[in-house]
Design a protein around this ligand. Structure first.
Ligand SMILES: NC(=O)c1ccc[n+]([C@@H]2O[C@H](COP(=O)([O-])OP(=O)(O)OC[C@H]3O[C@@H](n4cnc5c(N)ncnc54)[C@H](OP(=O)(O)O)[C@@H]3O)[C@@H](O)[C@H]2O)c1
Length: 321
C-alpha cells in the first residue's frame, strides 16, 4: 500500500510517499481502508520532534514511521475478538499513539472506533476525533462551563480551538478567542464574543480575568496565567512548551493552595462515549466540524506545512482515494 513515511525528525521535506506492507490486524483490531484522515498539531509536533514530549518512544528518530491519527474509512478485515464491526462498516476514530493514518490502510483497536453517521462524509467524520474530544473534555468535563462564565481559548482558530469556541458558546459562556491576525474574523464567525490577536496583545497582561482558560499553545509562565484567572478560576494546559508544562506540574499545586486558582494539565482521555457525544452535536448542527482545506494523500507534506505555518482555520483533511 502507499503511505507517507518519515525516518527522521524535520520539516515536511523529510516525508516521502513509499510502498510499504499492509498492516495486519491483531485480535482486538480491525483493518480499515482509509478514506479520510485529518491533520492535527500532534502530527506536526511528531514530524518536527518538538516539543520534547513529541519524542516519547523515539528520542533520536521516530519510532512510528507513519503519522496521522484521526481516520475515517471502511472496515476491510476484523480481528478474531472483534464483536462490534464487520467488513464493510463505515467507522471513524483516533488511533492511539498518533500514528498510522497517512496511508491507504491502517489497523485500529475496536474500542477507539465508532460507527460513522450516514449523514456525514468521511472528511467530516475524520475532522472530529482528537480536536472534538479535547474540546469536550476541556469545556464540559474539566472546565464545567456554566452560563455567563468568562472563558478564554488560546489557539481558538485551530483544530481543537474551533470546537472549543462552539462548545463554550453552547454551554452559555462569554467567549474570548485568541489567535493570529488572520483568524480574528474566523473566530468571530464561530461565535466568539471577543477576539484577541496574540501578535499584538498579551492576554495575560491586559487586566482582564477569566473563569476558565483552555490553552492549546501554552508558553508563558504560571504566574502570568494566575494573573489572568478570576478568583476560583481554572486554567488548563492542553499543549505547548515543555518549560511551561514543568512549571504547571511543579508550581500549580502551590498556586492553588495560596490563591485558590487552579492551574493544571488536561490529560485528554480519548474514548468512544465522548467521540459519539461530540459527533451527535455535529449531526444536530449545534457544532460544525470546520474544514479549511482538503489535500490528496500525496500532498500530506503540503497539508502539514499549511498547518505548521499557522494558516489553517479549523481542520485540514486528507482525502485518500
Ligand atoms: N493534553 C493532551 O492530552 C493532548 C492530546 C492531544 C493533543 N494535545 C495538544 O493539543 C493541542 C491541540 O492543538 P490543535 O490541534 O488545535 O492545533 P492547531 O490546529 O495547530 O491550532 C493551534 C492554534 O493556535 C495558534 N497559535 C500559535 N501560537 C499561538 C500563540 N502564541 N497564542 C495564541 N494562539 C497561537 C495557531 O495559529 P498560528 O500558529 O498561525 O499562530 C493555531 O491556530 C496541541 O498542542 C497538541 O499537542 C494534547
Amino acid at each position: 500500500m502507499k503511505a507517507i513515511v518519515y525516518h527522521k525528525y524535520g520539516s515536511p521535506d523529510v516525508l516521502k510517499v513509499e510502498e510499504v506492507d499492509m498492516p495486519t490486524p491483531r485480535d482486538n483490531e480491525v483493518l480499515i481502508k482509509v478514506h479520510a484522515v485529518s491533520v492535527n498539531r500532534s502530527d506536526w509536533e511528531g514530524l518536527i520532534g518538538k516539543p520534547l514530549y513529541a519524542r516519547i518512544g523515539g528520542l533520536l528518530k521516530p519510532h512510528n514511521k507513519i503519522l496521522g491519527s484521526d481516520i475515517a474509512g471502511r472496515v476491510e478485515m476484523a480481528g478474531r475478538n472483534i464483536r462490534q464491526f464487520q467488513p464493510g462498516d463505515e467507522v471513524f476514530g483516533e488511533i492511539p499513539g498518533y500514528h498510522g493514518g497517512f496511508a491507504e490502510y491502517v489497523c485500529a483497536p475496536e474500542k477507539s472506533l465508532a460507527r460513522k453517521p450516514a449523514s456525514m462524509t468521511f472528511e467530516e467524520a475524520a475532522a472530529i476525533p482528537q480536536a472534538g474530544v479535547i474540546a469536550l473534555q476541556g469545556i464540559r468535563d474539566k472546565g464545567q462551563v456554566r452560563p455567563g462564565q468568562k472563558v478564554l481559548i488560546n489557539g481558538a482558530g485551530g483544530g481543537a480551538g474551533t470546537f472549543a469556541v462552539q462548545l463554550a458558546k453552547l454551554y452559555g459562556a462569554e467567549v474570548t478567542g485568541v489567535d493570529n491576525t488572520g483568524k480574528l474574523d474566523f473566530m468571530r464567525s464561530l461565535g466568539a464574543d471577543h477576539v484577541l490577536d496574540y501578535t499584538r496583545e498579551e492576554f495575560t497582561n491586559n487586566g482582564k480575568q477569566y473563569d476558565l482558560i483552555l490553552d492549546l499553545v501554552a508558553h508563558r509562565s504560571v504566574f502570568a496565567y494566575q494573573r489572568a484567572l478570576r478568583p476560583n478560576g481554572s486554567y488548563f494546559f492542553v499543549g505547548g512548551s515543555v518549560a511551561t508544562l514543568f512549571q504547571i506540574l511543579l508550581l500549580g499545586p502551590l498556586i492553588r493552595r495560596t490563591t485558590g486558582k487552579k492551574i493544571r494539565l488536561l490529560a485528554v482521555q480519548p474514548n468512544r462515549k465522548d467521540l459519539v457525544f461530540i459527533t451527535e452535536l455535529c449531526e444536530a448542527g449545534k457544532v460544525i466540524p470546520v474544514i479549511d482545506r482538503r489535500y490528496p494523500l500525496s500532498e500530506v507534506p503540503e497539508a502539514l506545512r499549511y498547518l505548521g505555518e499557522g494558516h489553517a482555520k479549523g481542520k485540514v483533511v486528507i482525502t485518500v482515494k
